[in-house]
Design a protein around this ligand. Structure first.
Ligand code: FNR
Length: 363
């Protein structure tokens, strides 16, 4: 089957993965209400097409924190890509490069930052959790700069891991032979220890991540590095304002794909509030959560996002066909975005603004 839309990759990937890995990828926290809400929110956005506009060339190119991108659709940070494909993050980097897309590498990558950078043709950002071991955090920031990463993304919505029932039921643990190699083996032991009724990742996060961190600590991170600092996991105007006050160079509106706080707002419902609070020109706002087509990407861009990130769809592509699958997912979403730009009469991303959407009318 040639995938015609992103859900085709989902079906293909599901056939290939064992059920524990599939649940780890697909699952959310709690009753998965927020996970479902992320998708439903897109059904409440309808498009306002303008006609008789020259759309013979639709340009999906954009610029973000000084980097040129062929597409505003990028790769969200997701952990342990070797669960999906033997090449892991090396394949993801190749696929993102083919698509001309941004790739945000997870601190729980299963390949080294340096090896990933060697495969990358496009910009890389490094995502971090605030580790209890500050010397490890500091070393990662330094390595990222040396290896040519262009920004640090601090994920701020996970002081504890969400209560992911699927992983707990499955006693999910990271198989021996796959690990977050950038952390070193000493920090990985608990992630490998399977126990009935418990997610090893929840135990691992509790051990590794410092839940006491506050806004005041950001100054330490800012001083460690000249790289731009991006905060991922903001859902309110109040925190968006604090982020800017504390020197964030960009924000990712995200509820972690429904994997953290069940009951949190759908990301799309929080997007306009955050954009309005920061003034998108001063501080670019990125978006992730539930984007499953170029039309979804268009909706988020119209509501003020400068770029959107794909989490699960990239993992589906990776499982199905390695680098080609990742490039396929990103390419398809970008093609659909260009098509939506043509049929809404908005041939440049600068014309994709709130006049392009109506909120509230469910399709
Ligand atoms: C994630 N996400 C995530 N976020 C992060 O900041 N660091 C990480 O290591 C991970 N790991 C991770 C693993 C898996 C399997 C998934 C599905 C997600 C969250 C991710 O960056 C993003 O916020 C969501 O995946 C976006 O939602 P969609 O596109 O998956 O609906």
């Amino acid at each position: 089957m040639t995938p015609l839309h992103l859900e085709d990759y989902r079906d293909l990937a599901q056939h290939q993965l064992d059920h524990k890995t599939w649940d780890f990828v697909e699952g959310g926290a709690g009753a998965e209400r927020t996970l479902g809400a992320n998708r439903r929110a897109f059904a409440r956005v309808t498009l306002r097409p303008r006609v008789l506009v020259d759309v013979s060339a639709c340009d999906t190119g954009t610029e973000l924190l000084g980097a040129r991108l062929a597409t505003p659709v990028g790769v969200a940070p997701t952990a342990y890509h070797r669960l999906l494909h033997p090449d892991g993050e090396l394949a993801t980097a190749r696929g993102a490069g083919t698509a001309g897309a941004l790739y945000v590498v997870s601190v729980f990558a299963s390949r080294t930052l340096e090896d990933i950078a060697a495969e990358a043709a496009g910009p890389l950002w490094l995502q971090l959790y605030w580790l209890r071991r500050r010397e490890v955090l500091a070393a990662l920031v330094d390595r990222a700069a040396t290896a040519g990463y262009r920004a640090i993304v601090l994920t701020v919505d996970a002081p504890q891991l969400g209560r992911r029932h699927r992983d707990a039921r499955n006693g999910f643990a990271i198989p021996a032979g796959i690990s977050a190699v950038n952390l070193g083996p000493a920090l990985m032991a608990s992630a490998h220890r399977s126990a009935a009724g418990r997610s090893a990742l929840a135990v691992h996060t509790a051990e590794a991540v410092d839940p006491s961190v506050t806004w005041a600590d950001l100054a330490w991170l800012r001083e460690r590095s000249t790289l731009p600092l991006v905060l991922k996991g903001i859902l309110t105007a109040e925190d968006a304002v604090l982020a800017v006050q504390h020197g964030a160079d960009a924000i990712v509106v995200s509820n972690h794909g429904g994997r953290q706080l069940d009951g949190a707002a759908a990301g799309l419902d929080a997007l306009a509030e955050v954009v309005d609070a920061v003034g998108a020109a001063a501080c670019p706002v990125l978006f992730d959560g539930g984007v499953r087509s170029g039309t979804d990407a268009f909706a988020a861009l119209a509501l003020g996002a400068r770029a959107v990130l794909l989490g699960r769809p990239v993992l589906w592509g990776l499982a199905v066909d390695g680098a080609a699958g990742v490039a396929g997912v990103l390419g398809l979403a970008t093609e659909e975005l260009a098509h939506t730009m043509a049929l809404t009469g908005r041939p440049a991303l600068s014309a994709v603004d709130r006049s392009a959407v109506t909120l509230g009318t469910a399709l």
